[in-house]
Write a protein that binds this ligand. Structure first.
Ligand SMILES: [Cu+2]
Length: 542
């Protein structure tokens, strides 16, 4: 009886496991990111309250900017399923072109007891009309409107923050912040020639859409990029949000009689400060891996889920919001800082980029930075593509022709486009095993010991074909390879060896409490950058 029960339990568990895996496979969409937003140059925004969701199941009362009616348009055009609700966190990313006269109308639809609100656009020359006088700018009174116009000559390229200029300790904490991206009016010629053109050719060959907002971040021949992501870092103390929610409810009947009645106001303490949620683009991990505009986050439309191919120049637009610094660390390589608050960092003669190469791009409240992240397999000391000149598989013996920098950039249609040729055909293993000839720098662990993280493909090779090739057995002198090899035993849900098999790098806050959600790990400010082989199609269209 006991034995039967046990068997029964095991088979149920197995069934449940199988179901979970099947469901997870079904429910894990290829959700990538880019830098989505709304286009102008005229914007009609509203400030309103709504609840945002956190992965611990909490709905947090928040304030945010949103769209007052349908926006002029959305960008990039390759992303579908767009929406802009009346409240979102962060606020809509405003995408404009250099030299535009940008007009932002703000309607104050916050609870009456919250009082006035406003928007600051640091780095721009702003003229205002309407509204009422405030400490830092003109404000919209409850139910009122104010208009901000950014002088066209001050609308210069770059990434910048916008946020409330009214009672910032409370209003920014509650979620009133967003990003404005100004695209250069012209495209430097370097962005459509040389390696930049080869990267475009590779993208077209593998039928990938272009998800960039522009080809260059600045009017500078060295500011070209191939892919881009916007990450806004903020933290949130739920006690402040709860106090605001309670006081708004208590004040509502008083405000209903008169907005100036005593008691129609808030007095929410913002100290002491104990944030428990640490968000990238308003979402905590793993929610930030769901698609942009996912229906389950009506007030948090933007995700954080970077992908790239080897050799691509990936533009990171990073903004610190809230009131804490966050040590954002991009594993895989350092980040070359291009600009801070839209100021391109150049040598004194103005001819060369002079921004630092940073291990950790620490965010600072109110500060925006642009940086370039770059990854190739250079220096691994083994052939990351699993090439074997003795194999019968044609994709296992592709040529690698080094350019002046040592990369295979002359063959944009090849799966080993941008391979670091010095490591071409270099074996991985010390001892012969599977498809890998002897004599390499590493001793692979027992296949059974390969860890199964959600993102670690379990393979030292890049790309689905490489993983398949590497499962071949040893090849004989005529190039016939046994297919019985078992290295590597790869297979995870998030980074499937038969499709993606990318190299995963954790991108996260190095303050480890910030990679939790209300003290639960993993969560918070955590993403996985997946470097995908050239033949894997990165589709950010949602
Ligand atoms: Cu790290």
């Amino acid at each position: 009886m006991r034995a039967m029960n046990m068997t029964n339990t095991i088979s149920k568990t197995q069934l449940l496991l199988a179901l979970t895996v099947a469901l997870a496979l079904f429910l894990t969409p290829a959700a990538f990111a880019a830098a989505p937003g709304i286009t102008g140059p005229t914007f009609d925004l509203t400030a309103q309250a709504a609840f945002i969701s956190q992965p611990d199941g909490q709905s947090v009362y928040s304030w945010g900017y949103g769209c007052n009616g349908a926006p002029t348009g959305y960008a990039p055009s390759a992303i579908g399923g767009t929406f802009c609700n009346t409240m979102q966190l962060p606020g809509p990313t405003l995408i404009v072109t250099e030299g535009s006269a940008v007009t932002v109308t703000l309607h104050n639809n916050l609870p009456v007891s919250a009082g006035n609100t406003s928007i600051l656009f640091p780095g721009f020359n702003v003229t205002t009309s309407g509204g009422v006088a405030g400490l830092l700018t003109r404000e919209a009174a409850p139910g009122g409107t104010v208009i901000y116009t950014l002088t066209a000559s001050s609308v210069t390229p770059g990434t910048r923050a916008y946020y409330s200029g009214t009672q910032g300790d409370l209003q920014v904490e509650m979620g009133l912040y967003g990003a404005i991206i100004v695209l250069p009016a012209a495209t430097p010629a370097t962005c459509t020639s040389g390696v930049a053109a080869s990267n475009d050719a590779a993208r077209s060959h593998w039928l990938e859409s272009d998800f960039r907002l522009a080809k260059a971040a600045y009017n500078n021949p060295q500011a070209c990029y191939d892919r881009e992501y916007l990450f806004q870092f903020s933290e949130m103390d739920p006690a402040i949000h709860r106090a605001a929610e309670e006081q708004v409810a208590i004040a509502a009947p008083i405000c209903a009689t008169s907005a100036t009645a005593p008691g129609c106001s808030l007095n929410v303490p913002t100290e002491p400060y104990h944030p428990a949620y640490f968000m990238i683009n308003g979402r905590s991990m793993p929610d930030n891996m769901d698609p942009n505009y996912a229906v389950q986050y009506p007030h948090q439309p933007y995700n954080g889920n970077p992908h790239m191919h080897p050799g691509e120049l990936t533009l990171l637009r990073v903004i610190g919001t809230g009131r804490w610094q966050h040590p954002f660390h991009e594993h895989g390589n350092h980040v070359r800082i291009l600009a801070r608050d839209g100021n391109l960092i150049l040598t004194p003669d103005g001819n060369a980029l002079a921004g630092p190469l940073m291990f950790t791009t620490t965010t600072t409240p109110g500060l925006a930075m642009d940086g370039i992240f770059y990854w190739t397999a250079k220096g691994l000391n083994w052939d990351a593509y699993g090439h074997n000149p003795a194999s019968t598989d044609p994709s296992a013996k592709l040529p690698c022709t080094p350019d002046a920098n040592g990369y295979n950039t002359s063959a944009p249609n090849a799966i080993n486009y941008y391979e670091w040729c010095q490591d071409h055909d270099k074996p991985l293993q010390v001892a012969p095993f599977g498809d890998v000839a002897g004599g390499g720098p590493a001793t692979l662990p027992d296949p059974n010991l390969f860890a199964n993280g959600a993102w670690f493909g379990g393979s030292p090779y890049l790309g689905p074909d490489a993983t398949t090739r590497a499962t071949y057995g040893a090849c004989d002198s005529t190039g016939n390879c046994s297919t019985t090899g078992t290295t590597p035993p790869s297979g995870t849900i998030a980074n499937n060896p038969s499709t993606e098999a990318g190299f995963a790098f954790m991108w996260h806050s190095h303050n480890e409490r910030e990679i939790t959600t209300n003290n639960i790990f993993p969560g918070g400010m955590l993403m996985m950058m997946l470097v995908d082989s050239r033949e894997f199609q990165i589709n950010e269209s949602n």
